[in-house]
Design a binder for this molecule. Structure first.
Ligand SMILES: Nc1nc2c(ncn2[C@@H]2O[C@H](COP(=O)(O)OP(=O)(O)OP(=O)(O)O)[C@@H](O)[C@H]2O)c(=O)[nH]1
Length: 796
């Protein structure tokens, strides 16, 4: 028997399944295989019976299930899926876009989104981020966001874009849009957006180009195979250079990219763009640039550049697209339609990113970017979406965004608002009607959907039904972030998103004891909404500890407590989330024998602990007892004892990871043995063996990306030598990028060091990479401090 429960509990916060299995099957997957053991579901086991209406419903459900499984059983490309859909479905889906806007901090995501909402008629007036009118951008609805001018939570909205096609006809595209935060501390917001979106607009600053956080966002887009177009914003700024951004997308992000526009004028004189595909000039006119003035006359001084950049675009496309390569080899000049089709194919195939440019703040060239969203980003049927069929050993199956098929959706975000709990759902298959029942595949519970809304930042619009491939929010549904919902007939589950481990913690307590209720209410809510925010009570110090992705992340929650719940808190110093592990094999033989009058406690456990080879962040418990020396009924208690011991390591009281514990022998007593005794004996045996097995403190290493002008390279190298291991450097024409694995401990206060070393021109971003042994001296100091604290408590 293999008890894997310990691993499941201890690995909270890790990637829920890796997806590599699917990839190795040759499937381009956007999901990852869940590793959880599956209960086998008999297909169609939830049958209707009784009335004839019910029987008709049962027959319909059965037919739909069969159709879904037949379609899913074929290894379909999105084209085949599209061919199977009715013309009405194909038409509906062809105009749906689910997109995210993601970028480095302050690149202008929110400002761009505000223009998108204005030009699509979603908002009547434009309000700027930290604008003088004091209103703030629509998508930064939280008071804190407006005050600080940063996005903390991703916000969803939708709008309709009426696109003029080259033929003169118009098509209305329905765009679901998510504006995501730029700060790494709120990275979970980007992760969950990427998990459910079909495409993205990557915004870059025309002066800074690819920045440290652009690289992180790029990794997230790659993790979920999200096709993207790029928008070089801030073309009105001094020093704007879109060509540097294009070069850096190619060199730093390693994505073949080419501009599809050329700027007309630059900096303060920036007027608009020349479209390299249709060879037209596009300028904005009217208040807030609502009108587009499109002309065929290309300014004389731009003609050569336009020629050169158009040729570069065609050559780049020929590198990544077969049809374009053929035309290129035959020296045929492609038509605008052929170029557009090649860009669309290559973008959706993740081989290319078309680059546009403009200035959101100056209301210039945003509309062509919206056209590009429709032209080049996929509709929901263009990207494969997989679920796991639990009736077939979790075999991957394609979901088809077809309204008539049984429902499958993923709850990707929870949020509490004054009307109750709101759950954001991406509908992958089937449609969702108000009042219907859905089945939560994790809890096996049926839930009624009383209300469906479409979100527009913090406002909402009620709808009666939402179609396949769309995003909506529902009220009154008890669930967790990442739960799969089906109609109850499909034994499908979808994998969830990547949840990074918390790396920083601090102690917190309300200043007034009367605030305890409000405090715990707020904490419950924050934890439900944000899987990277955790809370626990330290048993020894009895302190409440919150942990998260960084100082800003925790600071924002402390501030939200004060503002939204009127709870003022005292906080301790930020602490690093260390881990503990073992370095070698050690045997144990532990006897617990206590007689304190009445029934005693007796349990003997024998075996060994060792490093969990190949799984350094997981724990595993295994029993190899022969001859029933420990009966089955106590082995479960041993497993639990191991889990409990791993929650609080012997060295520092931090979590234990990467340890395997084997129980292979033991002894019981007729009257004094119990679950309690075996649980306790295992914990004590573990603690003792931990010492013999070379216990070690691990510290989080952060993948740190630094970008700065080239002249500061020496200074940065000096800074980093003390802090970590440099894993990559890349020197561009003006600035360089350095990637290093740094100990989080060494990074406290790093922002002021980097500012001093680069005259404020350098910047950095950090994300958790892995755990590694802490320096020996630090380990000694930490252990000594912890043991002293324990001793002080014992003698108190
Ligand atoms: N000059 C210039 N400034 C811009 C432009 N777009 C945005 N800005 C300014 O850049 C700053 C940041 O803009 P935001 O839209 O908040 O950027 P963001 O990427 O959403 O920021 P975070 O979500 O906090 O990462 C604001 O002061 C904007 O007014 C632009 O096209 N030109």
């Amino acid at each position: 028997m293999r008890v894997s429960r310990a691993a499941a509990v201890l690995n909270d916060g890790r990637l829920l399944g890796s997806g590599s299995g699917l990839r190795s099957l040759g499937l381009q997957c956007r999901t990852s295989a869940s590793s959880s053991a599956s209960r086998k579901w008999p297909v169609g086991s939830r049958c209707f019976s009784g009335t004839s209406t019910a029987r008709t419903a049962a027959a319909a459900a059965h037919a739909a299930l069969k159709q879904a499984q037949e379609l899913a059983a074929q290894n379909m490309t999105p084209e085949v899926v599209a061919a199977k859909m009715s013309p009405e479905e194909t038409k509906r889906l062809s105009t749906v876009r689910n997109i995210g806007i993601a970028a480095h901090i302050d690149s202008g995501k929110t400002t761009v989104t505000e223009r998108v909402l204005f030009y699509t008629g979603r908002v009547k007036a434009i309000h700027e981020v930290r604008g003088r009118d004091g209103v703030g951008a629509k998508m930064d609805s939280m008071e804190l966001e407006r005050e600080r001018g940063i996005t903390i939570q991703s916000a969803a909205t939708f709008c309709d874009w009426v696109k003029k096609e080259p033929t003169g006809e118009t098509n209305t595209y329905h765009i679901n849009l998510i504006d995501t935060p730029g700060h790494i501390d709120f990275t979970i917001e980007v992760e969950r957006a990427m998990r459910v979106l079909d495409g993205a607009v990557m915004v870059l600053c025309a002066v800074s180009g690819v920045q440290s956080q652009t690289i992180t966002v790029d990794r997230q887009m790659k993790r979920y195979n999200v096709p993207r177009i790029s928008f070089v914003n801030k073309m009105d700024r001094m020093g704007a250079n879109p060509w540097k951004a294009v070069e850096q997308i190619n060199s730093k992000l390693k994505i073949p990219a080419a501009a599809i526009q050329v700027p007309i004028g630059s900096e303060k004189e920036f007027e608009g763009v020349v479209d390299l595909i249709d060879l037209k000039c596009i300028r904005n006119d009217g208040q807030r640039g609502v009108h587009l003035r499109v002309t065929n006359e290309i300014p004389e001084d731009l003609k050569e550049l336009v020629q050169q950049k158009r040729q570069e675009l065609i050559e780049k496309l020929a590198d990544v697209d077969d049809e374009m390569a053929e035309l290129f080899l035959e020296e045929i000049t492609p038509t605008p339609e052929q170029i557009k089709a090649a860009i669309r194919r290559a973008t959706i195939a993740l081989k290319f990113s078309p680059v546009m440019m403009g200035s959101a703040l100056a209301d210039k060239a945003v509309q062509p970017m919206l056209d590009a969203v429709c032209d080049f980003l996929p509709n929901p049927s263009n990207v494969p979406n997989l679920a796991l069929d639990r009736s077939q050993g979790e075999a991957p199956v394609h979901l088809i965004p077809y309204n008539a098929l049984p429902f499958v959706g993923l709850a990707f975000k929870l949020e509490e608002n004054p009307y109750g709990q709101l759950t954001y759902i991406r509908v992958y298959q089937g449609s969702l009607k108000k009042g219907t029942f859905l089945f939560n595949t994790r809890t096996n519970k049926k839930v009624r959907i009383p209300r469906i809304v479409r979100m527009h930042s913090n406002e909402m619009e009620d709808v009666a039904e939402i179609g396949a491939g769309e995003i909506c929010a529902v009220f009154g549904v008890e669930c967790a972030s990442g739960d799969t919902f089906t109609d109850g007939n499909l034994p499908y589950t979808m994998s969830s998103m990547f949840v990074p481990d918390a790396v920083m913690s601090l102690s917190i307590k309300p200043k007034r004891s009367s605030d305890a209720d409000a405090f715990s209410k707020a904490m419950n809510r924050f934890q439900r909404e944000d899987p990277t925010f955790r809370l626990h009570v330290d048993e020894e110090s009895e302190e409440t500890i919150i942990s998260g992705m960084g100082e800003l992340h925790l600071e924002i929650y402390v501030e939200r407590l004060r503002r939204e719940y009127k709870v003022d808190c005292e906080t301790g110093q930020p602490r690093v989330a260390y881990r503990e592990t073992v370095t070698r094999h050690a045997d144990y033989d532990f006897l617990l024998k206590r007689q304190t009058g009445g029934p005693g406690d007796f349990a003997r456990v024998m075996g060994y602990i060792e490093p969990n080879e190949g799984k350094p962040e997981e724990n595993e418990f295994e029993e190899q007892v022969v001859g029933g020396m420990i009966p089955d009924k106590y082995l479960g208690a041993c497993g639990k004892g191991f889990e409990e011991a791993c929650r609080k390591g012997p060295l520092l009281g931090h979590k234990v990871i990467g340890v395997r514990m084997i129980v292979n022998d033991g002894q019981t007593h007729v009257t004094d043995s119990s679950d309690y005794a075996f649980n306790l004996a295992t914990q004590m045996a573990f603690r003792k063996a931990f010492e013999d097995a070379g216990g070690q403190v691990l510290e989080p290493l952060m993948k740190t990306t630094i970008t700065a002008p080239n002249e500061f390279q020496g200074n940065i190298l000096m800074l980093m030598n003390k802090r970590g291991t440099i894993v990559d450097t890349e020197i561009g024409a003006d600035d360089f990028t350095l990637v290093a694995d740094c100990s989080l401990n060494a990074m406290f206060g790093f922002s002021s060091h980097i500012r001093a070393a680069t005259q404020g021109k350098g910047e950095f971003s950090m994300e958790f990479s892995h755990y590694a042994p802490a320096p020996v001296q630090l380990q000694k100091e930490l252990v000594a401090k912890y043991q002293k604290e324990l001793e002080a408590k014992r003698t108190k």
